[in-house]
Design a protein around this ligand. Structure first.
Ligand code: NAD
Ligand code: ZN
Length: 379
């Protein structure tokens, strides 16, 4: 089958690989119908996630048709078209039982911090992903959700990550009615978080990025104010100025590792993310939220140890929340929101290409070419 393959930083290609096989009675094999490239894939692509192995296939955002099931699979059958949440979760451990599917204790053999994720390095389980013609889906009784007949596959594929992650980012921000919410990062996730902030009662939503076309997109899609951090001076001062010097009520970091300018340095054999001064979204978030406010971290930071202004956060009495999204927990209500027209996921899709052109897809998304917001690969 054709599949995306990682060859090293900034090098991916489409190659022929062996078909995935059922390895466990709870596995299913899915024929992929749509797969997306995510900002999280860019951390892998840029070499920012430890233990990303050459030869692996990325892709944690995919939908498809079940073509084979293991002996113990009862919740889906061959022929079903399914949304596959990006988390690989057992559904039965201490955390899954609380709906924390992103923190499954069982699925990740090499780290207990997060559960496994499709196509997301050996620090997240070492599973191959769905940027391929076929993918193996473990715990097929737990993750996959049948796509409603009236749902467009383009909407469905964005329910695997982008919609739930934007929504969870807004949820973690603890938005109260009338709050001023600032979102750093106007990629698909930040744009969706800004859109969802209104659902929680925000009174004012502001997004900050440096890509003009993304800011313009966010104004139209998320109905928010949008500012270019290369033009507004110090974003922290800017935000204070427009909030009577109080700071924003809630700030969402939808940027992650790239904001640190990829400043990775190996210290005593461990990768530590070095952040240059205050020029990062997370520094800006902590410094621009009001005292007692909430910072919601959606952005992925790769290495487990990072430097953040914790002294300032402590003095300000902040609440800092973050997590990998628990996609399955949110799917029932988000499917309804899509069916009722409250969220329009496919409105984010700007590009579509065959899997053969996956290298172009990564380059375009990474380099922000051709006004790219979200790319769908069609295996
Ligand atoms: P993206 O790369 O398309 O968007 C990131 C945006 O941040 C870009 O538009 C970039 O110009 C902007 N940016 C860079 N530095 C900035 C700064 N200092 N201030 C403001 N904006 C800045 O990625 P995406 O697909 O939108 O994903 C965003 C983040 O969310 C990534 O870190 C991704 O890994 C993470 N993510 C997390 C989860 C989760 O479960 N928590 C799920 C999906 C994605
Ligand atoms: Zn993703």
């Amino acid at each position: 089958m054709l599949a995306m393959e990682y060859r090293g930083p900034k090098r991916v290609r489409a190659v022929q690989k062996p078909m995935p096989e059922i390895k466990h009675p709870q596995d299913a094999i899915v024929r992929v119908l749509r797969a997306c490239i995510c900002g999280s894939d860019l951390h892998l692509y840029n070499g920012n996630i430890p233990d990303t192995r050459v030869g692996s296939t990325f892709g944690h955002e995919f939908v498809g048709e079940i073509v084979e099931i293991g002996a113990d699979v009862t919740k889906v059958k061959v022929g079903d078209r399914v949304i596959v949440p990006f988390n690989i979760a057992c559904g039965e451990c201490h955390f899954c039982r609380q709906g924390m599917f992103g923190n499954c204790q069982e699925s990740n053999t090499e780290s207990t911090a997060v559960g496994a994720i499709f196509g997301y390095s050996h620090t997240a389980g070492g599973f191959n992903g769905g940027q391929a013609e076929y993918a193996r889906v473990p715990y097929a009784n737990v993750g996959p959700v049948i796509i409603p007949d009236d749902m467009d596959l383009d909407d469905a594929v964005l329910l695997t990550d982008v919609v739930p992650t934007g929504y969870q980012g807004a949820e973690m921000a603890g938005i109260q009615t009338g709050d001023t919410v600032v979102v750093f990062g106007a990629g698909p996730i930040g744009i969706m978080a800004a859109r969802c902030a209104w659902l929680f009662g925000a009174g004012r939503v502001i997004i900050i990025d440096k890509e003009e076309y993304r800011l313009e997109f966010a104004r139209n899609y998320s109905y928010c104010e949008a500012y270019n951090f290369e033009e507004i001076g110090d974003p922290v001062v800017f935000i204070k100025k427009i909030t009577d010097w109080l700071g924003a009520d809630c700030v969402i970091d939808a940027v992650g590792a790239e904001a640190a300018g990829n400043a990775l340095q190996t210290i005593t054999g461990r990768k530590l993310l070095l952040q240059a001064g205050s020029a990062t979204a997370l520094h800006w978030a902590i410094n621009s939220v009001k005292k007692g406010g909430i910072v919601s971290i959606v952005g992925v930071y790769g290495p487990t140890d990072n430097l953040i202004p914790i002294g300032n956060a402590m003095n300000k009495g902040l609440t800092i929340r973050g997590n990998q999204t628990s996609v399955k927990r949110l799917l029932p209500r988000l499917i309804e929101h899509v069916q009722n027209g409250i969220i329009n996921p496919k409105g984010l899709i700007t590009h579509r290409m065959p899997l053969e052109e996956v290298a172009d897809g990564y380059r375009m998304f990474s380099d922000k070419l051709d006004n790219c917001i979200k790319t769908v690969l069609m295996p």
